[in-house]
Design a protein around this ligand. Structure first.
Ligand code: 3NM
Length: 208
């Protein structure tokens, strides 16, 4: 799959669910959109997250913000929600849905896949996905079951291995280290807490 806009779409990729937010997620997304994020992933997952109708309702509101700002809206690991919300894409982890089945079901949607080490890359259907999320690049406390930090060198080696595949770094990325991730070879950075925990969302997004 090739989407010529993807490297740009991944540049400032904000990920969030209500469990990451101390105030209204819709207002946080609006501020981030206003400040210039280039994509959004609805990741309602882990301790304190919503499910069922509450998840769907929040997803609708967040999708509407993305439509208003013309930002791609991607759903984490939930095919039902992708259909319900007419999302632009889906992001999956190693233990989630199979990329083959997903590509069949969503021939024209963006499909992203997380990879955390060379072993996972070797067994991943990289030719079926539109981008890979590589991480955690740095230590993160946002994801309870995050794997070992892979470091910038791994981003560089992935770029060498896949010269054409859009790559986004994830995990512990902030305005203090985002440039190093891009310099290492990533097309973009994905962040949760750098935005959800920022005192000033505009500055946080500008710094990415
Ligand atoms: N996935 P923060 S790390 C959702 O390594 C997620 O695949 C990761 O949060 C992976 O930007 C992570 O606050 C959490 O560090 C990223």
């Amino acid at each position: 799959m090739m989407n010529k806009h993807l490297p740009w779409i991944l540049r400032k990729y904000f990920i969030m669910g209500s469990q990451n937010c101390k105030s209204d997620p819709v207002e946080i997304l609006k501020k981030a959109a206003e400040a210039g994020i280039t994509a959004f992933q609805f990741r309602e997952k882990g301790e304190g997250s919503l499910s069922g109708d509450a998840k769907l309702e929040l997803g609708k509101k967040l999708r509407d913000v993305c439509q208003q700002y013309k930002i791609p809206f991607i759903v984490n690991d939930d095919m039902y929600l992708v259909d319900q919300l007419e999302a632009d894409g889906i992001h999956i982890g190693q233990d989630d849905l199979s990329a083959k089945g997903l590509r069949k079901h969503f021939p024209n949607k963006i499909i992203g896949l997380s990879v955390s080490n060379a072993n996972e890359v070797a067994k991943s259907p990289t030719s079926l996905v539109d981008y890979i999320g590589a991480g955690p690049v740095f230590d993160t406390s946002t994801k309870a079951d995050a794997k070992l930090a892979v470091g910038l060198e791994w981003i560089t080696s992935l770029r060498k291995q896949f010269p054409e595949l859009p790559i986004v770094g994830i995990g512990g990325i902030t305005s203090a280290n985002a440039a190093s991730v891009i310099e290492a070879g990533a097309d973009g950075v994905s962040v949760i807490s750098a935005i959800t925990k920022a005192d000033n969302i505009k500055n946080a997004v500008n710094g990415l």
